[in-house]
Design a protein around this ligand. Structure first.
Ligand code: HEC
Length: 104
């Protein structure tokens, strides 16, 4: 697991300042997060256990950095999600946009 974290950080450094696209994050969210979260698009899934992405985005503590840190570490209530650095960046961009905190 530590190896994965280090690899993720290295990839992140290699990716440099590539701009993340919220639309890409939306696709990843639909594919990997929608069974537990209301990801801001698509039908409401039954039995979701996580907070909606819009609610997450609106929390004062949510920033681009806090999302990226959270998504690169494992969470006790979440299975070990394996996300690439690009996916993490895109997901953070999408979630922030949902909360009106996007760049554009
Ligand atoms: C198996 C269910 C499940 C999946 C899949 C899942 N989550 Fe979660 N997630 C949760 C639960 C439950 C919580 C609330 C955990 C808590 O607050 O202790 C959570 C919390 C979060 C939080 C933190 C909210 C906060 O309080 O700071 C973020 C951000 C998040 N999820 C993003 C994602 C993203 C992005 C994906 C897809 C890549 C994803 N989750 C996939 C169940 C899931």
């Amino acid at each position: 697991m530590l190896k994965g974290l280090i690899a993720g950080l290295a990839m992140c450094a290699a990716a440099g300042v590539a701009l993340a696209e919220p639309a890409d994050g939306r696709k990843v969210a639909q594919a990997q997060c929608a069974q537990c979260h209301d990801v801001g698009v698509g039908p409401a899934a039954a039995g979701r256990e996580g907070p909606s992405f819009a609610d997450i985005a609106k929390m004062p503590s949510t920033t681009e950095l806090s999302l990226k840190v959270f998504l690169r570490s494992s969470h006790r209530n979440m299975p070990n999600l394996i996300l690439t650095a690009d996916e993490v960046d895109a997901l953070a961009a999408w979630i922030l946009e949902l909360g009106g905190k996007g760049r554009s």
